[in-house]
Design a protein around this ligand. Sequence first.
Ligand SMILES: Nc1ncnc2c1ncn2[C@@H]1O[C@H](COP(=O)(O)OP(=O)(O)OP(=O)(O)O)[C@@H](O)[C@H]1O
Ligand SMILES: [Mg+2]
Length: 329
Amino acid sequence: MARDFPKNQSSAPGWMELCLVSTASPHVIVVGNHKGGSGKSTVAMHVIVALLKSGRQVASFDLDVRQRSLTRYIDNRREWARQNGQALELPEHRSLSAPALFGAQADLTGDRIGFCAALGAVQHDFDFVVIDTPGGADPLSLLAHGMADTLVTPINDSFVDLDVIAAVSAVGDAPCEPSWYAENVATAMASRGRVCGRSTDWIVMRNRQLRSGSHHHQPVAEVLEMLAPKLGFRIAAGLSERVVYREFFPFGLTALDPLEGRLLGVSPSLSHVMARIEVRQLVEALVLPIGRDDPPGSVGPEIGAMLDPQPPAAEPAPRPPSMAAAGRP
Ligand SMILES: Nc1ncnc2c1ncn2[C@@H]1O[C@H](COP(=O)(O)OP(=O)(O)OP(=O)(O)O)[C@@H](O)[C@H]1O
Ligand SMILES: [Mg+2]
């Protein structure tokens, strides 16, 4: 039984609003995990940019009212593109704290009404809605989980993160009992099924994996494989620990963007190329209703050229953001 949902459906966090997304379009992707710092905003941004680069219309929502990382990431992207005269794809973005969505009502009911109104406003004009959620069992985040056609859960490649999905202990039986987050996902999915009869494709991916060779023992991956059929998720190849995922935030750039040394102060490295490939593989693993021959984030000619055998460059960080503030990162 979920610990954080009210037991009485009439007082549940707005399950009837799930009717809002009972139609086939847009496809709603929620990036969620109650564990903080698992890579939700990073993954959300890369999925958004991958979809935009494939020509899809994307609306994005940031439900993290405190940190607003996705909103800041998108703001940085817009500003960096403006300052450098670059044409970068941008989603139609809504933040929970934006007046249009949040209004004067700071209570949950107001949030819920604002969120659902904003979602309703984009539902006919966009192919995809991507929702980034905060850590913790925020009621609005739980509601968003119930709206997901696709739920992506990044976990850091660690048993501490895995424990939020299923109880992990070396003592006693093998881990198989769902934990806090998995219980809430199950409740959200069940509510969604009741209200609109639609299912959720739940995908768990490991983030910040250390690159230690393909034959290296990967205990978290092995436990995930065991848990997947029991808890009802699929596993997607995740992302490695890479500078490109954490240092490009101030510029609003992603591994999928053209990485011009002229603008960034670093030359694209083999790590950039590998990051782009693993993001593409992640998006492909989501099996989204793209309906096109060109998969999102597909390897473009410039990357094909970079894949020619060459000694891997070191992985330098781009110039610091203080230089971006001066108009030239
Ligand atoms: N694959 C990666 N390689 C290196 N750094 C990463 C990677 N993924 C995320 N990070 C970094 O890890 C930190 C947490 O990532 P992020 O903010 O995306 O997580 P989050 O789940 O959204 O966190 P929160 O729960 O606080 O919203 C950030 O500093 C981010 O730049
Ligand atoms: Mg976040």
